[in-house]
Design a protein around this ligand. Sequence first.
Ligand code: GTP
Ligand code: MG
Length: 331
Amino acid sequence: MPANLPPQYYELEREFKQETDLNEKLRLAKELLALMPKHKGTDKLQADLKAKISKLKKQIDGGGKKHGARRADTHDHIEREGAAQIILIGPPNSGKSSLVDVLTHAKPLVGDYPYATREPLAGMMEYDTVQLQLIDTPPISEELFESYMPNLIRQADRVVLVVDVSTPGFKSRIDVLISKLEEKRIILSPRIPDEIEDPRFARKRTLIAAHKYLDENGDVGLTEIKKLYPDFTVIPTSILDDDSMENFKKTVFESLDVIRVYTKKIGQEPDFIDPIILPIGGTVEDAAKSIHKDFAHNLQFAKIWGKGKFEGQRVKNSYVLSDKDVIEFHI
Ligand SMILES: Nc1nc2c(ncn2[C@@H]2O[C@H](COP(=O)(O)OP(=O)(O)OP(=O)(O)O)[C@@H](O)[C@H]2O)c(=O)[nH]1
Ligand SMILES: [Mg+2]
């Protein structure tokens, strides 16, 4: 039986054969497997690929153990905390660490010299009762592109590209960064496409922070960057301008396309501290599920308080919630 593999498969297979980085090779092997049609004609190919994946995993694990030390690859993954993980990337000295310093309780090293940050560092940013995780990262430039960066970026919910718009020539620094990411099949995108166009590419919804916009030449840079990337959301930021920091938080939150739902126990005041976060369109049942599977199963109905609603309105499990609704579960 013929395997009937799609043309993308052969392209990806060529890349797989040429790739020398083990982590990247493993990722490509997994992509190949995902791309492969599953039928009798590909049984043997599937088995071969699975064997390769297993071997690569062993090589990666074994390599780490043999040398004892945790290599940079251990930064491949940062446990997500809060409602979303947002990664800050950018050229050297653009202000990534300063943003994480001002917006979270983390204390990254801020340097008045490039390449100050050597490792990623996560901190929590609060916006209107919602906790969002920000990740500071080492710069991306012609000279430096840490091998773990592609994985970290792929895993994040949103990317913020931090650009120092007060220093002329930022376009070429962004171009370098974009092409480095494209080599790893990551595309910075103004929005998430409705359909997956090409499964080999990760399209990451990206916002641009036009940083240091209040510095000399910053206004010129801000105008220029908006013109260069008209489809992207550009947020003017400066750590010296509190309003811009508030606007940064708000814009990042709004880009997540989620709603906040506050819970209340029967006969008590709502808990406005720790909302349930749901995608837009989330229902009462989704909210209950996010608390516990059994809880959703036993749910009879809920009461809702919110804008434009009848106070304490009784609703069914399929009811679609709105941002800032208060919900009282009845089981
Ligand atoms: N004027 C001004 N300076 C800033 C601002 N944000 C950061 N800086 C300065 O810019 C320099 C670089 O800041 P960092 O936050 O270390 O930049 P980075 O992007 O983390 O740099 P790398 O770690 O090397 O990639 C430091 O001297 C900061 O004090 C800002 O909003 N306005
Ligand atoms: Mg830094």
